[in-house]
Design a protein around this ligand. Structure first.
Ligand SMILES: Nc1ncnc2c1ncn2[C@@H]1O[C@H](COP(=O)(O)OP(=O)(O)OP(=O)(O)O)[C@@H](O)[C@H]1O
Ligand code: SF4
Ligand SMILES: [Mg+2]
Length: 342
């Protein structure tokens, strides 16, 4: 399986808020480390889901990949090119080939432009078809996302949330991208509408060979379509692996807790483990706990966890399955793997 998009060790901090008292005392502005060394690979024609609680850095990864925000460090590789160095025409080409769809399609669609104008604009900006063929291509795109042909003459507010998300997807597909970055694109929709959009994505992937990076906090949604899953916690990827293995045999105590918090998913032996469901407050990203950032909530934590950062471990049988946790260190590793696997 070849990689289409690879992120290596991405780092990005944002200035955090100070209280009035902290300002008076001249305390320096704290830093929110939204990404603290994130590495991921999106394989061609596959879906990589990025999951985790609110604020763990999912959208920051997505935005960094489409260059909506700059990075402090790290590298993004697209088909062997370092995306951070792209300028001019090469950057424009990248921006066409890697498209993003957002949670709120209403916010990203121009309310004063008809759907036809919105799609035509996307086609024209990148000169996708000769001017005489734009109207025909708009009709094809509407059919592709299963919207009625007369949608072209209507304004975004005339559509439901699910239909607006189809329009946003059609606009992204208009420029024939290889990669679609979808940030919580079904989170605001009813469950039945969610299923329609997910099926549409699966269909697009099959027909167009799209590679999809799918950001979601909802594991039920992810299970539907992910080939690979990356679990994030406080700006770090704590577990990454093939979806089947990760759902059936979650290794990281955080993944196990997330799965237990979504009971309908808990079918694998790992989910029947004795690990407690997720408890305790999510620490502030301005004050990340020492050692393993999860140690303040981890039911398996032992003294070393508060002192030493855990390192990345590859599953000895399937090296695509990776986990960052001390339970997999040295002689304890075998017991831990057995414990996580049931
Ligand atoms: N532009 C910004 N300025 C300041 N802080 C930011 C900015 N963007 C993100 N952050 C902070 O970085 C951290 C990660 O944010 P991010 O939006 O990536 O999380 P997320 O996983 O997408 O969360 P959610 O599930 O709520 O969408 C958060 O603490 C957030 O407050
Ligand atoms: S390193 Fe320790 S605290 Fe962190 S997840 Fe593993 S067992 Fe829990
Ligand atoms: Mg987000």
């Amino acid at each position: 399986m070849s990689a289409v998009l690879r992120a290596d060790d991405l780092e990005r901090g944002f200035p955090g808020r100070r209280s009035f008292g902290e300002m008076l005392r001249g305390r320096p502005r704290p830093v929110v480390q939204a990404l603290a060394g994130v590495s991921l690979t999106l394989n061609r024609g596959e879906t990589l889901a990025v999951v985790g609680e609110s604020g763990c850095g999912k959208s920051t990864v997505a935005r960094a990949l489409v260059r909506l925000i700059d990075l402090d460090a790290g590298q993004i590789d697209f088909e062997g090119q370092d995306v951070r160095t792209l300028r001019g025409e090469a950057l424009r080409r990248y921006n066409r080939r890697v498209q993003m769809v957002f949670q709120d399609p209403y916010g990203s669609l121009n309310p004063r432009m008809t759907v036809g104008e919105t799609l035509a604009e996307a086609l024209n900006v990148h000169r996708m078809v000769p001017p005489g063929q734009v109207a025909g291509r708009v009709a094809e795109l509407l059919a592709l996302v299963r919207l009625p042909a007369d949608s072209a003459a209507r304004l975004p507010h005339e559509f439901s949330g699910g239909q607006r998300q189809r329009i946003a997807i059609a606009r992204a597909l208009a420029v024939e991208p290889e990669v679609l970055i979808a940030d919580e694109i079904v989170s605001a929709l009813d469950v039945s509408v969610q299923a329609q959009i997910l099926n549409l994505l699966l269909d697009m992937q099959e027909r167009l060979g799209l590679s999809i990076l799918f950001v979601s906090h909802d594991l039920r949604v992810v299970r539907h379509l992910a080939h690979q899953v990356a679990v994030m916690y406080l700006g770090r990827v704590v577990e990454l692996g093939p979806a089947e293995a990760l759902f059936q045999r979650p290794k990281h105590p955080y993944t196990q807790a997330l799965l237990r918090a979504a009971p309908k998913l808990a079918t694998g032996p790992g989910s029947r483990s004795t690990a407690a469901a997720l408890t305790g407050e999510l620490p502030s990203p301005m004050n990340v706990p020492s050692g393993c950032p999860f140690h303040t909530r981890c039911p398996e934590a032992f003294p070393r966890c508060a002192q030493e950062r855990p390192r990345l471990h590859l599953d000895p049988v399937d090296q695509r399955h990776q986990v960052t946790c001390h339970l997999y260190d040295g002689p304890m590793a075998i017991a831990a793997v057995q414990g996580a696997g049931g």
